[in-house]
Design a protein around this ligand. Structure first.
Ligand code: FAD
Ligand code: NAP
Length: 339
């Protein structure tokens, strides 16, 4: 096990923040992980977990040991005529898994094409896009509980998945390391989700019928044309979750702002309002503050124009939160994990 000291995290977070980890190790198998956990325990080092760094904001240096999860492997665990159960190591790149599924014509994750990060971090916030969340294809996951260093299995119910939420982002935050995830994909009778207008529009423009491959390509096309590429402009995707507010509160807002977009929330009696719209109405879209700011096309994305610190980005996020709270009485909650 190779533990590095005062390790720069700049290349390991999509915001491109030049924070450092006091100690850093990449683990590629279960044995290394247990070794790293034992090392942290022996040396009384706080432990921080990292996958691809696409949903984190480092507002300071990381004290203790930062463990990057990088185990690999994608295998078919079992299959029948209708379904295939694929076991994927936490360190696999999420989009590589999606491409593996698409190539095999297995359905369920095509709408989740081109989401950044690793498979192990995906259940953390029940990743979702274009009308699909991983909970729809999730079977179970394996994790190591930090306090006991023993293996635990979480089925779908145990994960307590919600909108960009799970038990791993709440009561079990920093308590377990997800090591393997098993997904159940369709081999036939696929159920396509083209409810997001943009997908259907791209299929129509290209005169394509919905298929696993075509939907994946449409989503890739839309994402590449709409979202800032972190390799060019540092960002972590949506900084805030779309707020789900009581429908009663929404109706009061609608009376004042008749054009306010809205969607049904997962919870009955609540309405989802796009945070990007609220932020744009507060005049933040395209606003630059020092080396960072709000993206010119996607108000939900905070960007690092180069050289911004995590604290500077966080200050912009707080200012955005304050504006939205003052104008609309709506609290925005960060989706990004801040350290
Ligand atoms: P990291 O950023 O490394 O970590 C995220 C959190 O998970 C941290 O708290 C970390 O401690 C913890 N963690 C990481 N690995 C493990 C593990 N194995 N076990 C336990 N805890 C762990 N998200 C969406 O849901 N939908 C989108 O459409 C989407 N689009 C994006 C677009 C862009 C341009 C970017 C930059 C991000 C986007 N995201 C999206 C956010 C991000 O891609 C996902 O949240 C992704 O799952 C994060 O994976 P990661 O490996 O980079 O996690
Ligand atoms: P968009 O299409 O401009 O829509 C703005 C918001 O409205 C979305 O966030 C979405 O909520 C909601 N919405 C739009 N159409 C909807 C529908 N038919 N049903 C329910 N809700 C709808 O969004 P975008 O920014 O280009 O992103 C497209 C998709 O990619 C979204 O699902 C978004 O969540 C996902 N994405 C996520 C991240 C991230 O970092 N988390 C980054 C980029 C894109 P939902 O977010 O709930 O879907």
């Amino acid at each position: 096990m190779f533990i590095q000291e005062n390790f720069s995290l700049q290349a390991h977070n999509t915001f491109g923040i030049a924070a450092q980890a006091r100690f850093f190790v990449t683990v590629t198998n279960g044995e290394m992980l247990l070794e790293a956990l034992a090392y942290a325990q022996q040396h009384h080092l706080p432990l921080t977990l990292l996958g691809g760094g696409s949903n984190v904001l480092f507002t300071k240096n990381i004290e203790g040991l930062l463990v990057q999860i990088a185990n690999k492997g994608m295998v078919v665990e079992k299959e029948d005529e209708d379904f295939v159960w694929v076991r994927v190591a936490a360190g696999e790149v999420w989009h590589d898994f999606v491409q593996f599924a698409v190539k095999n014509n297995w359905g369920g994750v095509e709408n989740l094409s081109l989401i950044y990060g690793t498979v192990g971090a995906a259940p953390m916030q029940n990743i979702g896009a274009y009308g699909v969340e991983i909970k729809a294809v999730f079977e179970y996951l394996e994790a190591i509980e930090l306090s006991t260093q023993t293996k635990k299995v979480f089925d779908k119910t145990a994960c307590q998945f919600g909108y960009r939420q799970s038990i791993f982002k709440q009561s079990l935050k920093n308590q377990v390391v997800i090591t393997q995830v098993v997904f159940k994909l369709t081999k036939r009778n696929h159920v396509f989700n083209t409810s997001y207008g943009a997908i259907q529009q791209v299929l129509n423009e290209k005169n394509l019928s919905p298929s696993i491959q075509n939907i994946s390509e449409a989503v890739i096309h839309i994402r590449q044309s709409k979202l800032p590429n972190p390799e060019v402009l540092g960002n972590a995707g949506s900084f805030f979750k779309n707020p789900e507010i009581p429908t009663e509160q929404f109706l009061q807002l609608q009376a004042q702002y008749p054009q306010i977009p809205n969607y049904a929330a997962e919870i009955a009696g609540y309405t989802k309002v796009p945070a990007g719209w609220l932020i744009e109405q507060c005049g933040w879209k395209g606003k630059k503050v020092g080396n960072c700011g709000v993206h010119k096309d996607q108000a939900l994305v905070i960007v690092n124009y180069g050289g911004a610190t995590g604290a500077e980005i966080w200050a912009v996020a707080e200012a955005v939160q304050q504006s939205v709270a003052e104008k609309f009485g709506v609290v925005l909650h960060p989706e990004v994990n801040c350290f």
